[in-house]
Design a protein around this ligand. Structure first.
Ligand SMILES: [Zn+2]
Length: 196
C-alpha cells in the first residue's frame, strides 16, 4: 500500500493493561469500540508490529491506515502533526494562523519602513543640518553617546516633534542660536515643519 503523503486524521490509544486487569469488561468495551471505528487499529500498516498508540491516517487514495507513532514520524506522515499530536487539519489551521500573523507583521514592518523613508525625504534638509550639528557636537560629548541633535533626528523620522523639540531644532539650525528679525521666517518655518 502506498504510505506516502498521508494525512493524519486521528490518534487512538488502546486502554492500559491495568484496566484490563482491574475491569476486564470496561477494557473489552473500549477495545470493541476502537475496532468498530477503526478496524485496522492495533497493527502498524508500515512495520506490522502490534501497537498501543495508533496514528490513524488517510492515504491520497482515500484508504484509512493505522500506523505506530514512531513509524508515522519515520515515513513522514505529516511529521509536525504527529509530533504535536494533532490532526493534519488542525496543523493546517495552525499554519494558516501563523502565516496570517507573519503576513500582518511583515505589513506592519513595511508600513513603518515606508513611513520612515517618506519622512527622511520630507525632512532631508533638516536631517542634514542636524547631522552636521551632531558632528560638531561630537568633540564635546562622549563619542559613544547619542548627541541631542541625533536624538532629535531619530525622533523626527518616526513622528512629529513636540513644540519644545521643534524649538531646539530651529535653534540648532540657525547661525546665531537665536530667533531674530533676519532669521524669523526660516526659524518659524522649521519649527512648524518638524511638528508635522
Ligand atoms: Zn510501525
Amino acid at each position: 500500500m502506498n504510505l506516502r503523503n498521508l494525512r493524519v486524521i486521528a490518534f487512538v490509544s488502546f486502554p492500559s493493561r491495568e484496566l484490563q486487569e482491574s475491569n476486564p469488561e470496561a477494557y473489552q468495551g473500549a477495545v470493541s469500540s476502537i475496532f468498530a471505528q477503526y478496524p485496522n487499529a492495533g497493527t502498524c500498516a508500515h512495520c506490522g508490529m502490534g501497537i498501543i498508540h495508533n496514528v490513524i491516517c488517510k492515504t491520497p487514495e482515500g484508504a484509512e491506515v493505522c500506523i505506530g507513532t514512531q513509524c508515522a514520524e519515520r515515513i513522514g506522515a505529516d511529521p509536525r502533526a504527529v509530533r504535536a499530536g494533532i490532526t493534519s487539519e488542525e496543523r493546517e489551521r495552525r499554519d494558516a494562523r501563523q502565516e496570517a500573523l507573519a503576513a500582518e507583521h511583515r505589513a506592519e514592518v513595511a508600513e513603518r519602513e515606508a513611513r520612515v523613508a517618506g519622512r527622511r525625504e520630507k525632512f532631508a534638509d533638516i536631517l542634514a543640518g542636524l547631522a552636521d550639528r551632531a558632528v560638531a557636537d561630537r568633540d564635546t560629548y562622549n563619542p559613544n553617546r547619542e548627541t541631542f541633535a541625533e536624538s532629535l533626528a531619530n525622533q523626527l523620522v518616526e513622528r512629529p516633534l513636540s513644540p519644545r523639540q521643534a524649538f531646539f531644532v530651529a535653534k540648532m539650525l540657525s547661525d546665531t542660536g537665536r530667533r531674530n528679525k533676519k532669521n524669523a521666517a526660516t526659524w518659524d518655518e522649521i519649527e512648524n515643519r518638524v511638528q508635522s
